[in-house]
Ligand binder design. Structure first.
Ligand SMILES: *Cc1c(COP(=O)(O)O)cnc(C)c1O
Length: 380
């Protein structure tokens, strides 16, 4: 990401201050780091085992497997199912067209075929009717992405998956802490992938990821695959890779997991205030089915004059982002998808704008963002 220093100088309300996020726990994080340094053991040790136990308990599932990052978590789920014979090269995986590129990369990396479908315009998430229409003889899996932190319609997708004997995989990289009827994101599908990239709801101080699943055989397979395909030292059952959550990041995450629920609660209050305070004929606010469904990783509004609104907010010192400017099927990396037409997805990418959001955003900053939105005058 390129950073324009002129822009940085003018920011009064940052999109997300990672320094502020981690400063709240500096003493605990430093104590945990010291514990790891002094232990003399840095990969596949006690911190990882403890974090996996704690994160599985948090998610309400049997197994957590720590891996190098969120993309690897997604990819290893598919790879695990390939090793188990549930899915084979050339099979199709249905994926929302408006997701982050990693959801697609995990599929194509495994020589599977991503089949992008339109989202539901109100929730930005998979539309079960569009998923149903895309199911064909080679479909093996549905990848539900809880985009921006809001749980996809998992009961409807689970019913579809059951009826058509498909795997249901959750990309929960943005949805730590989202719930439905008290059940957490990551507990609805056959397996779920989480990212602990520093900006996520639960962020490490570096890269990290995890798979959650109740499937003991899959968890064992992924545990071997992340470590050169080995379950016993120097015996290699599979052609695995090296993708592990190291001790330092596991220790950081154990500290931060304790505060995840409080952070999500703060995100909900910020979103509530944005939704009450912003009333503008040109701004379409995100819709929420039920409060607990949304963990508010991002607060994404729609505006047909998005670029003008972004410039207006920038002129008021407010930093915003676009998630995402170009859909996967329009990226140079995917010439194979150039024929795909997804008018709604394409329109969303032109209209979406993410406001500052995070657990350390202050009330006065939220009010400033609201006032700046309200003062937006749509250019002719
Ligand atoms: C961040 C993210 C990923 C990838 O996670 P990394 O840890 O950055 O590899 C995957 N899917 C979605 C929806 C994400 O937001």
């Amino acid at each position: 990401m390129e950073i324009d220093l002129m822009d940085v100088a003018r920011i009064d309300v940052p999109f997300l201050s990672l320094r502020d996020v981690n400063a709240r726990h500096a003493d605990e994080l430093k104590a945990a780091a010291a514990r790891v340094i002094d232990s003399g053991w840095y990969v596949l040790g006690e911190e990882l085992v403890a974090f996996e136990r704690e994160f599985a308990a948090y998610g309400g599932v049997r197994h957590a497997v720590g891996v190098g990052n969120g993309l690897d978590a997604l990819s290893l789920i598919l790879r695990g199912y390939k090793e188990l014979g549930a899915i084979g090269e050339g099979d199709e995986v249905i994926v929302p067209g408006n997701t982050f590129i990693a959801s697609f990369l995990a599929i194509s990396e495994n020589r599977l075929v991503p089949v992008p479908v339109e989202p539901d315009a109100a929730s930005f998430n998979l539309d079960p009717a569009c998923v149903k229409a895309a199911i064909g003889p080679r479909t093996r899996a549905i990848m539900a992405v809880h985009l921006y932190g809001q749980l996809a319609d998992m009961p409807a997708l689970a019913a579809l998956a059951r009826r058509h004997k498909l795997l249901l995989i959750e990309d929960a990289a943005q949805a730590h802490g989202a719930m439905r009827d008290g059940r957490k994101a990551g507990a609805f599908g056959d397996a779920a992938a989480f990212s602990f990239f520093p900006t996520k709801n639960l962020g490490a101080l570096g890269d990290g990821g995890a798979v959650l699943t109740d499937d003991t055989v899959l968890a064992q397979r992924i545990t071997a695959l992340r470590n050169y395909g080995s379950d016993v030292k120097y015996r290699h059952e599979f052609q695995g890779l090296n993708s592990r959550l190291d001790e330092m990041q596991a220790a950081m995450l154990r500290v931060k997991l304790k505060y995840l629920n409080d952070d999500v609660a703060r995100r909900r209050r910020v979103a509530r205030r944005y939704r009450d305070g912003i009333r503008h004929p040109q701004i379409l606010l995100p819709q929420v089915v039920r409060e607990e469904l949304h963990a508010w990783h991002l607060f994404v509004l729609r505006c047909t004059r998005r670029d003008a609104l972004q410039r207006h907010l920038q002129s008021r010192g407010i930093q915003t982002q676009v998630h995402y400017p170009l859909p996967a099927h329009r990226q140079p990396a995917y010439p194979s998808l150039r024929h795909v037409r997804l008018p709604l997805t394409e329109r969303l990418h032109d209209e979406v704008l993410s406001l500052p959001m995070g657990p350390t955003l202050r009330d006065d900053e939220v009010e400033r963002v609201i006032a700046a939105c309200q003062s937006f005058e749509c250019p002719p």
